[in-house]
Design a protein around this ligand. Structure first.
Ligand SMILES: *Cc1c(COP(=O)(O)O)cnc(C)c1O
Length: 957
């Protein structure tokens, strides 16, 4: 009789290979047991001695049932807190077809443009929306949050300063405290002095290189910064405006009053608050500064057929090229949320947005006059959506009555702030007025709410007159059918995990299970304000506390900070924590960080952001850190050594044996070991950063712990630290999350993008100790199986002492160059077989880095290997002269329907071979929608907004 399971095992859904497949794969590797492979791969001296101490794995149904009870511990009050976070109405058509749709959320960052035209278009829409609303010339495709976007602006302004001795940044005191907090952290690392005050009082001072103002201000008032910006401009000082994008439908956009940079959040464009995130920040500036912009920019170009095509532009600014000289360390940003915000603008169009903003403002004005009728002092003479009421002795009673009616306001001393949002109704205004009336012994009937004289809170001089969102994309899809079909038409252009494996080395594109996603959109989790009172957020606290404990157990650390909202932000946060630690010991001068040559570009970029000097450590010919070189450099810089940044297993896909020696050397010279945890998928349950000897490590929850990549974000990059670093973990200006020694904030929200922590929580809860460890073992098995199948066709670079790779491997394609075949040709040809390319040219130029993850079955691995083997044969045909050097299957790739079905076919190979090179492709063909994109043309003439319709009319026809 077969064994009866009393509970479904999620592990069996998450891990790809079945028992039979596993046996066959081990056979291919010449092994009896998976344990043998692990023993051959992971050095014995760093292996954990005991299983992870985690709760018993829960089935999917049981987990969701439990989460219902956890969700019930969050109490969703009506929020008028504002402060950068507002309740929204996410259109259902966007919620179901984008937010909750793996066709969108499992996409990778659009590096392979030909199979990513849908999200590239959606992101171009986002950029166009930002450019139009801010009145600027160029915008990027999102940043992590408003506060970090402001910090990026400060850094850009610093880089652009005319007077290279100028070192002071003037910040409007009317700014959200979380933004100021993040600016403080970043200013400290650059050695910038922050001067906070009222813009009228900017001193006439040569030391000031830039200013930042908020529009409308943190208190809700709207100031006219036009004269100021002009005056500063004449002195060569740049101005950044932090602006509420929705308000700009009514207000003169900063681009029209002279701002040089405009940043802010697009959360109000249909993105739920989610207890702090994720949401997309925006960054807009002048064309002249395009090479200094942080983050990714989508641009228009042409494909090999001369047709409209999109791709990521100006990549030479980015950290994978410029390392410590990059314009920023931003890698993962907020693509999915930017896509949703862009769709929100497509759905509503300019009139719809104006209606929403107009209604918000009108309701605010009704509330204003009603409160005045009741004799209250409303402090804001100008406003878009926010009022401030001086309550004096009534402050306490008001708060009690509001809480009694499940309403949160923003309280500051005796002043109550009320921010109206898209969800506010006329009845809500009556409820609010009723509360205020009651305090004065009156009722709502003593006030004439509707008939109250409405005067605009927006000064006449600042009322917007210019058009926006005039492009057809914002005016054609307002019925739900049109909108649904538009979303689907874009989705259909993009390859995601819905189609096939995405074997991206270092990016761990594993299963993002549906059950893991479900709680994220429950209102109890998605509609909480990050600054809601502690007694309303018990459910979140439970999840965050448990996840903290579990990740500590997994990493071998003492505490985790959830504030960093990407891996790169984790790197920055970790280095700042190390800096604070050194300072606390009177060793603040330690400012050298050692980074191996094989490191990801974010490492040197983050180090430079943290104000550290980067010293590169060599790797030997076997791909390992050159320990002698490391020792020599550690000694040379011993007195000033701050840290080593090391990825483990290395980006070369190997568990380096001397890792503990490496940690010892660094500690010997007084440095700290920062581990880049992007490769945690090869460690969980088998070893840990703490055990190996690291002091800090970030975890990419969007890699190892199942948060989907969303086409380039969201992500989460929490850091775990050893005991001695715990006191220095980041704090937050509004919600205390660390002790008095904690560094200032690194993100706008206290727990970063809190709502997606639910995904990692679900993964760990449903896998349990054994499941998680098995995931690691199978990740290693899958990689070694691919290695075994491909190594006779492609040289595999680097392996461990026993000839095994870790969870990823590098295929060397450099030899094909002699026949004119570039590694990118292989990447493009893979598209014709229905696959996304592995990581191209990282960490070694001219190679492919393959990471299959544990979630892929043997059947899928075999299809992928078959495709690469068939491509190798196509290369052989070129090498032997059977195929032409210029006109061949690889150079022609990818092949589109239009190309293959055209009346004229002038290629020297058959159409069937172009489109259906292997039998399995015929059964499940994914068509790239454009031919190969032209990168250099797009960078020469940069267009990063939707081109006008006239651009589509070809004059030659
Ligand atoms: C992905 C990755 C990073 C950066 O993480 P983000 O979340 O994209 O910022 C850093 N290091 C390595 C090795 C990575 O693979």
């Amino acid at each position: 009789m077969s064994k009866v399971h009393f509970q479904e095992k999620f592990e069996e859904r998450h891990i790809g290979p079945s028992a039979d497949e596993t046996a066959a794969m081990l056979d291919t590797l010449g092994l009896q047991h998976l344990d043998q492979l692990i023993d051959e791969t992971v050095p014995a001296k760093i292996r954990t001695k005991r299983p992870l101490a985690l709760p018993t794995a829960m089935g999917e149904t049981a987990y969701l049932r439990r989460m219902k009870t956890v969700a019930a511990k969050n109490r969703v009050f009506k929020s008028y807190i504002g402060q950068g976070y507002y309740d929204v109405i996410l259109p259902s058509v966007i919620q179901r077809n984008v937010f909750e749709n793996p066709g969108w959320y499992t996409q990778y960052t659009p590096y392979q443009a030909e199979i990513a035209q849908g999200r590239l278009q959606a992101l171009l829409n986002f950029q166009t929306m930002v450019i139009d609303l801010t009145g600027m010339e160029i915008a990027n495709a999102s940043l992590l949050d408003e506060a970090t976007a402001a910090a990026e602006a400060m850094f850009m302004q610093y880089g652009l300063r005319k007077n290279k001795n100028a070192n002071t940044y003037f910040v409007d005191s009317n700014i959200y405290p979380q933004t100021l907090d993040v600016l403080r952290t970043r200013a400290q690392s650059y050695g910038i002095t922050l001067l906070v005050g009222s813009p009228e009082e900017i001193p006439d001072n040569d030391d000031i290189f830039g200013t930042l103002v908020q529009y409308p201000g943190a208190d809700g008032t709207i100031a006219d910064f036009g004269d100021l910006a002009e005056r500063l401009h004449n002195k060569g000082i740049t101005t950044c405006a932090v602006a509420d994008l929705l308000s700009l439908t009514l207000l003169t956009p900063p681009g029209e009053w002279g701002a040089d940079v405009v940043v802010g959040s697009t959360q109000r464009f249909g993105i739920p608050m989610g207890f702090g995130g994720p949401h997309a920040a925006y960054f807009a500036t002048k064309e002249a500064y395009k090479r200094n912009i942080p983050g990714r920019i989508i641009g228009v170009t042409v494909d090999s057929n001369g047709e409209y095509a999109l791709r990521m532009a100006l990549q030479t600014r980015e950290q994978h090229i410029r390392r410590d000289k990059a314009s920023s360390n931003i890698c993962t940003a907020q693509a999915l949320l930017a896509i949703m915000a862009g769709f929100y603008a497509v759905y509503h169009g300019p009139k719809g947005l104006l209606n929403i903003a107009g209604r918000i403002h009108d309701l605010t004005a009704l509330l204003d006059s009603s409160l005045r009728q009741l004799g209250y002092t409303q402090l804001n003479r100008t406003y878009f959506d926010t009022l401030r009421i001086e309550l004096g002795e009534l402050a306490g009673p008001l708060r009690a009555e509001a809480l009694n009616q499940a309403i949160n306001l923003h309280y500051q001393g005796t002043i109550a702030g009320i921010s109206i949002d898209e969800t506010t109704t006329y009845q809500d205004i009556e409820t609010l007025v009723g509360i205020f009336a009651k305090l004065k012994g009156k009722t709502i009937s003593d006030v004439n709410v509707a008939a109250a004289p409405v005067s605009s809170g927006i000064p006449r001089a600042l009322q917007r007159t210019s058009d926006y969102l005039t492009h057809p994309v914002f005016n054609n899809y307002h019925s739900e059918h049109e909108m649904l079909r538009y979303i689907k038409s874009l989705e259909a252009k993009d390859l995601s995990l819905c189609h096939s494996m995405i074997p991206l080395g270092s990016c761990t594109m594993k299963l993002n299970a549906t059950t893991e996603m479900i709680p994220v959109t429950w209102p109890e989790f998605s509609n909480l304000h990050p600054f809601a009172p502690a007694d309303q957020v018990g459910g979140y606290m439970e999840v965050i506390h448990e996840l903290n404990q579990w990740l500590c157990e997994i990493t071998g650390f003492a505490k985790v900070s959830f504030q960093p909202n990407s891996g790169a932000q984790g790197e920055y946060a970790g280095l700042m924590v190390i800096r604070a630690y050194h300072e606390s010991r009177g060793e603040g001068h330690r400012d050298v960080v050692l980074i191996p040559a094989s490191a990801h570009g974010t490492n040197p970029a983050s180090a430079s952001m943290a104000g550290l000097k980067v010293v590169v450590v060599n790797c030997d010919e076997r791909g390992n850190i050159d320990v002698a070189d490391l020792r020599a450099k550690a000694e040379l810089h011993g007195a000033n050594l701050s840290a080593l940044m090391v990825t483990y297993p290395s980006t070369h896909g190997v568990f380096e044996e001397p890792i503990t020696t490496i940690c010892d050397i660094i500690h010997h010279y007084g440095g700290q070991v920062y581990m880049d945890g992007a490769n945690m998928n090869a460690q969980v349950g088998l070893t840990s950063p703490g055990l190996i000897g690291a002091d800090v490590c970030h975890l990419n929850l969007h890699k190892t712990f199942c948060i989907p990549h969303g086409g380039g974000g969201p992500g989460m990059g929490p850091i775990g630290v050893a005991e001695h670093l715990v006191p220095f973990l980041p704090n937050h200006a509004v919600i205390e999350v660390s002790g008095s020694e904690g560094i200032s904030a690194v993100s706008a929200a206290p727990w970063g993008s809190a709502s997606i922590l639910l995904i990692s929580h679900a993964y760990i809860a449903m896998m349990g100790a054994e499941g998680l460890t098995n995931a690691t073992r199978f990740a290693i098995l899958n990689a070694n199986y691919i290695k075994e199948r491909l190594q006779n066709h492609y040289p595999v670079l680097y392996a461990g002492a026993n000839g095994r790779c870790a969870h990823e491997l590098i295929l060397d394609c450099r030899a094909f160059k002699a026949s004119g075949v570039e590694v990118s040709d292989i990447a493009k040809r893979l598209m014709d077989y229905g696959f996304h390319a592995p990581t191209v040219s990282f960490p070694v130029a001219g190679t492919l880095m393959v990471e299959p993850t544990e979630s892929e079955s043997k059947a899928e691995l075999d299809r992928f290997c078959d495709a690469l083997i068939a491509i190798r044969e196509e290369i052989t045909a070129i090498e032997t002269g059977q195929a032409d050097k210029q006109h061949n299957l690889l150079k022609g790739a990818p092949h589109t329907v239009a190309m293959v079905s055209a009346d004229v076919w002038d290629k020297p190979y058959p159409r069937s071979q172009a489109a259906f090179p292997l039998p399995f492709v015929r059964e499940h063909k994914f068509w790239p929608t454009v031919g190969r994109v032209n990168d250099s043309q797009g960078d020469r003439t940069l267009i990063c907004a939707c081109p006008p319709m006239s651009a589509y009319e070809t004059s030659e026809v």
